[in-house]
Design a protein around this ligand. Sequence first.
Ligand code: G1P
Length: 289
Amino acid sequence: MKVKKAIIPAAGYGTRFLPATKSMPKEMLTIVDKPAIQIIVEEAVAAGIEDILIITGRGKDMIQDHFDNTPELEAVLEKQGKAELLKIVQDVSNLANVHYVRQKEALGLGHAVLCAKTFVGNEPFVVMLGDDIVDSDIPCTKQLIDAFETYQCSVVGVQPVDWSQVDKYGIVDVEEIKDRDLRVRGLVEKPALEEAPSNYAILGRYVLTPEIFDKLQNTKPGKNGEIQLTDALRGLLEDQGIVAHNFEGTRYDTGDKLGYLKATVEMGLRHSEVKDRFRDYLKTLGESL
Ligand code: G1P
């Protein structure tokens, strides 16, 4: 079955980015000139996704405004003859069919995904986490969908991380299948270094079969008292295979201050409008460091 739907959990508080996220959704933090969530939506669209559900919460209305029409602004741009800017603005609202549901309480990623049950129905679907931005030739989500089509089971996007970082991620126990595909033997959420079965971390991209919802409904709060998607995946593994795809591309954790700065600098160096001047600036800066 073709994967046509994606969900983006975006109800978190963004505490790692206070005070910026006190009244602004963390998903609206911009990388050069685009809010992080737009970059995620563009990745979904580039992977052939048609419908996207953003799981929001209180204080996140700005996200809906961003993907909506902006008639006043568009009228002004039209009147001023700013055709290029008008196109940029209109393209955002025409990107995809974007839907919304509110997660009333922040009970964890697993609970957020469960809020998408009705939207998803009985189809495989993609989960994309807003903090993880991946720069790659083939969109990360497309790489995972390709693996899903090969194996016809849930796929988690992984990359090896430094062993000192394993306690920040869902970690998979794996054995090799071929190339970048690994068979999942177990999963554990944020293990201590001594308990980590590998250093392959789940980095914010999943293709899941709809059976995950039954598992989520029966998943008790786990790490940090939250309903964890990783725990529900462990339940799913008892019934179905799960593949981990070691995706190609550079992944940035934009929910972290240093990760955000790296994404800004590296994407600035690739931005058509500013890249040359920015490179020159960084060179002069480098000399004085
Ligand atoms: C979540 C998941 C974790 C995953 C991580 C990727 O954790 O629970 O399994 O590895 O996203 O960024 P969070 O970063 O929300 O604590």
